[in-house]
Design a protein around this ligand. Sequence first.
Ligand code: RIB
Length: 294
Amino acid sequence: MGNIIVIGSASIDLVVKTDILPNAGETVMGNTFFTNPGGKGANQAVAAARLSDNVYMIGAVGDDDNGKAIIDNLNKNNVDTTFMDTIENEKSGTAHITLYDNDNRIIVVPAANNQVTPDKVLPKLEHFAKGDIIVLQHEIPEETIKAVVDYATNNDMRVILNPAPYRKIAQEIIDKVTWLTPNEIESDLLFEGRVEQALESYPRKLIITQGAKGALFYSESQQLIPGYEKKVVDTTGAGDTFNGALAVALNENKSLEEAVKFANLAGSFSVTGLGAQGAMPYSIDLESYKGDLL
Ligand code: RIB
């Protein structure tokens, strides 16, 4: 089995739960506040490492207490942090999250995550090999995504690009990645509303996540791999869980159909508890579904 290398953001989430959303200039009273580890990169690494060994994270934290907490949490969750950098005189990334009406609104302050630059990342990739799976998202600089995708292409490594949060992607990147996993909103923006055409243009590459409905891709015809309905407590990190689990299944050489089904199942667990990583499943949690998986 190869390695899974998640290259991305690692942050601390500062979360407020509220029944009222303030308008501009208004103050309202919220219900609860909590902090927990987050960042799309770290979430995806933890999701993968709860389901598999050989998961590495390449990223950066600041030299503050949050940075220590982020690294401790990755270590506790079976993620290899050998290639995490601590940046002097820098703060760790934070995400400011409002939970309202069963959904989340997030503002990310990248801080140290902006230091995940090509000069720091590319030398670390020399420790990995052909066939390994790299997982990328959009909370680190765009130039890093491009450099890593080029490196992976030249070294026969496979890439999952989860284009979250949305930003424009160069056609060259779309062509070079192995799998592209936007959600419905991101795919609509990326393909300017021509989502059906895009699915057909990128068969078995473009996988569009649709929350509890499941995930769509094209293979001779449009395939909807249905999701699993679960009681929603907090949707934060559901997409990250999908991507981490997808990497695990693809690394185990499962077919795309099987891999997406497995990722849907893992994603469904993640919404059942508070926090991005709070309810991400461990392998044992998925045992009883074995017969149902393809
Ligand atoms: O995808 C959820 C994550 O997005 C949160 O954990 C937060 O850190 C933001 O980056």
